[in-house]
Design a protein around this ligand. Structure first.
Ligand SMILES: *Cc1c(COP(=O)(O)O)cnc(C)c1O
Length: 494
């Protein structure tokens, strides 16, 4: 039985289902499994399995208090025809790298990989624990989590979902996707502030004991769909295992051959999943952490100091415009030798002074990470050059990763084969992508650009985009960051 500990103190560990339900630990920390389990099958064996079967093989090792039937049920409900390809996460080879396309779900960003299963994991957990309250999902989004969580939880019985996004910090298509969300149990609010403000506001509400008591009295309890939830992290490990197995199956690599993984990073959830995959037994050489101009993580890997005291930059890869990478806390805890006290001191310093420094001993354990960043201009140039070379169009986030990979190769000369996590469809960031390809597109409307992209890339317009062409705006709420708690109360009538 895997138990989940807090990153911040030695409180009683809980089982997986409880960790999924709670999201955060009661001391404000994150849940971490007591060990990273090893895969029970060889890569050869895994290479014969479907995505859903690999998902079961990986997830059963972490979610050990779910029965086989419960877990398979969750998996089969999540990874079905909502995805526009049977393989769920296909690999595309372009210019010497393998792009792991994680954007074939219903909202065309990689968040779907976890958020299409989280509602099932959560409602299953609620049943197991005889929870009578309705679960209220409170989410801060930099653009993609919001829509993916809304789509996952819409009309799910016994749940409500409230999403806060930075009013001027998401792409037009991202915003339209969210404010047109259907479902009586959905609520979307734009805040005057950036993503970090939204995330801080949500964490504050979660930490408010009086609020929790009021909620309980009225038949509600909060949970989190943010990437700090272990129910997000675990499903993300699956595609790293799956991609290695697929490369082996297609004879692109030999058994045991090490690969690099490049991840465009914001909240550090996706790359942390790759780290877990590595320690489960996937032969991974380096984990390449790619940032945009908000390069806190690049500086951290270089110096060992995490310092959020800097200008927040709005970039063309908004889902990575983050100065507080929440999931890094799990890595800090692990490299501190699972020492909650050391981690808690770092997090207290981060909250008080906006920065902390790790010890030399801890920094040594980060050798397998390489931090890099891409400027706005480099990102745009990469979109254009890759398209001109291969006819393959990538989105801005993926282009940040591809740029950092180029820099990594130039700097190290490393020749390991490499998987680049492709985290969004170019159709989600059409304007930035088309502007990068040619400035002649600047006069076109958003949907004219969509059609033009479809034509030049020779890819059909995804359903997620077709849907919002004519969809009605159903959410028109804006609030100040100080008013987030009040608007939650209003919506719930408490
Ligand atoms: C969320 C997101 C990221 C960042 O992922 P993290 O797990 O937060 O590091 C990168 N690209 C896209 C398109 C995203 O939606």
């Amino acid at each position: 039985m895997v138990k989940y500990y807090s990153t911040r103190s030695d409180i009683e560990p809980v089982q997986a289902s409880e960790a999924v339900l709670k999201g955060l630990t009661s001391d404000g920390g994150l849940f971490v499994p007591d060990h990273i389990p090893a895969l029970e099958m060889t890569m050869k064996e895994l290479s014969e399995l479907s995505y859903q079967e690999v998902a079961y093989e990986v997830m059963k090792l972490y979610l050990s208090d779910y029965t086989e039937e419960e877990l398979k049920n969750c998996i089969n409900n999540a990874y079905d025809s909502k995805f526009d390809t049977e393989v769920i996460a296909p690999l595309t080879e372009a210019d010497g790298a393998f792009y792991l396309e994680l954007f074939h779900g219903s909202t065309i960003a990689f968040k779907d990989m976890a958020l299409s299963i989280l509602p099932y994991l959560m409602t299953t957990a609620a049943k197991k624990h005889n929870i009578k309250n309705d679960i209220v999902i409170l989410t801060a989004t930099s653009g993609d989590t919001g829509k993916a969580a809304l789509a996952g939880f819409a009309e799910v019985e016994g749940t409500k979902i409230i999403v806060f996004y930075p009013k001027n910090g998401v792409s037009p298509i991202q915003e339209k996707q969210m404010v047109t969300q259907k479902g009586d149990n959905t609520f979307v609010v734009g805040i005057h502030g950036n993503f970090d403000d939204a995330q801080t506001g949500v964490k504050k509400i979660f930490g408010d004991k009086e609020f929790a008591a009021l909620m309980d009295e009225k038949g509600y309890q909060f949970s989190s769909a943010n990437s700090i939830n272990i129910g997000r992290l675990v499903p993300q490990i699956v595609y790293y295992v799956y991609s290695y197995a697929q490369l082996l199956k297609e004879e692109k690599i030999t058994d045991g051959e090490k690969i690099n993984v490049v991840v465009p990073t914001g909240n550090f959830g996706n790359i942390l999943a790759a780290y877990f995959a590595k320690y489960m037994g996937v032969p991974i050489h380096n984990l390449i952490c790619a940032s945009n101009e908000n390069k806190v993580l690049y500086d951290f890997f270089k110096t060992g100091e995490y310092d959020r005291n800097r200008q927040f930059v709005l970039t063309s890869s908004p889902s990575m415009d983050i100065l507080i990478s929440s999931n890094l806390e799990r890595l800090i805890y692990l490299i501190a030798g699972r020492d909650a006290e050391t981690n808690a001191a770092c997090m207290a310093a981060l909250s008080k002074d906006g920065k902390y420094e790790i010890t030399a001993e801890m920094k040594e354990k980060l050798d397998e990470f390489y931090g890099g960043y891409a400027t706005e201009q480099e990102t745009a140039e990469k979109i254009k050059s890759l398209y001109e070379k291969c006819g393959y169009v990538i989105d801005t986030h993926t282009a940040v990763a591809a740029t950092v990979y180029d820099k990594y190769v130039a700097e190290t000369g490393d020749t390991h084969k490499t998987v680049i996590a492709s985290t969004a469809s170019p159709f989600k960031f059409t304007r930035s992508v088309m502007d990068a390809l040619d400035n002649k597109y600047s006069e076109m409307s958003d949907f004219e650009l969509v059609d033009e992209l479809s034509r030049i890339a020779n890819v059909t317009v995804p359903n997620a985009i077709e849907e919002i062409r004519t969809a009605e705006v159903l959410h028109n709420n804006i609030c100040d960051k100080e008013d987030m708690a009040n608007i939650v109360k209003q919506y719930l009538h408490i």
